[in-house]
Design a binder for this molecule. Sequence first.
Ligand SMILES: Cc1cc2nc3c(=O)[nH]c(=O)nc-3n(C[C@H](O)[C@H](O)[C@H](O)COP(=O)(O)OP(=O)(O)OC[C@H]3O[C@@H](n4cnc5c(N)ncnc54)[C@H](O)[C@@H]3O)c2cc1C
Length: 421
Amino acid sequence: MENKSILVVGGGISGITAAVEAAEVGCQVFLVEKNAYLGGKVTQINEYFPKMCPPNCGLEINFQRIKKNPKITVLTLAEVENISGAAGNFDVNIKLNPRYVQDQCTACQECVEVCTTERANDFNFGVDNTKAIYLPHPFAFPMKYVVDIDAFKGNEAAELAAACKHDLIDLEMEATTMKVNVGAIIWATGWSSYDIKNLSNYGGGRFENAISNIMMERLAAITGPTGGKILRPSDDGEPQNIAFVQCAGSRDEHHQKACSSVCCMATLKQVNYIRKQYPDAKITIYFMDIRAMGKHEDYYQQVLEKNVKLIKGKPSEIKEDATSKNLLVLSEDQFTQEIATLEYDLLVLATGMEPATAADNIPVEFKYDVDGFAINGVTTPGIYAAGCTRKPGDVASSVQDATAAVLKAIQSTTGRGGEHE
Ligand SMILES: Cc1cc2nc3c(=O)[nH]c(=O)nc-3n(C[C@H](O)[C@H](O)[C@H](O)COP(=O)(O)OP(=O)(O)OC[C@H]3O[C@@H](n4cnc5c(N)ncnc54)[C@H](O)[C@@H]3O)c2cc1C
């Protein structure tokens, strides 16, 4: 018998798209997200190209579609434990981790005011702290608090529970397992930024003022650790001479082979972030080729008009001035054959996307490429990778990919499945 229910794993833009598209054509959908909120990396981006609007705009429309659709069950703080069965009939165990705050929480904030314990804010990559009971970010969906139980010492957690006048903090909550039976599975666990600690030759993880491009998104965001002011991490100074290093750990046989396809555009938009705050700052981009494809070419040309210096070449060495904490970048300009060491007060490493599946595989037999991106259509019919689990890409291409995966998933539940490649 046809089983038209679909499990979507990963609640980023790809998983959200898959969930709403499938539910709106009548499928029962379970959307499993390991974080306490939906939206994935898009929630951490300041503005997104091509429209340069805040990510909440696009996400909010999707959250409304989810809220209105009774066919979607959203499971946050959830992870798939195991999968058995075959296309049309998968049995899946889902672990539901405790939030320690009941669903009726209205985010009134009174508990936060009472709470004195703090924890590193993972939404801002640990640069600042939140209270141990916290909203993951100001636009979190669902808008519900969560408790970091491990952050508490002594009796602090119990005192916090007593502070909720609605009695909604429940520190006795335990992880539970939910079993679902679905016809098909879409795996959309997305990506992480390639760890700059692997790029120690570029000062990643060693020099405070060598940051990743995703950290630049948080520095520029009003919800970020500096309230949207781009400041040097070492001294909170206003940077006036900034360099970007493209393909930092990408298109490189010692790191990731793939081009992440968004880093050039991310850098170009980050040039705009800097220009808005520091109109006279010097900006340099070290690049191999600028990949601003199709309609993005116009954006690239507009940014070039903003007094940006381009150096064709990869830095061979980056050192730090011990006193100023400035970065000294040695490189050859392949156009002029000039070798020079130039000094910058902030360096942005344009790191690419490492798929979540590089470390956390789909718990069935599945094929991956050399960087860990999942390859559809080789093993296990009925399970389809989508979005940045399958290939690095921007939001538009991830949305398209997720929609295509839904079509294949629906076909597979009826035994007419093709392959999504
Ligand atoms: C610096 C930078 C800037 C960018 N700027 C733009 C831009 O301006 N415009 C644009 O179009 N694109 C931009 N992008 C690309 C954009 O971020 C991606 O296209 C988008 O995040 C892809 O969404 P996704 O859902 O595939 O993955 P993700 O956003 O990574 O979402 C995956 C979700 O799966 C969850 N998850 C992971 N593992 C599990 C698990 N085991 N179980 C359950 N859930 C799990 C994660 O918590 C996350 O919520 C940028 C990328 C970078 C690196």
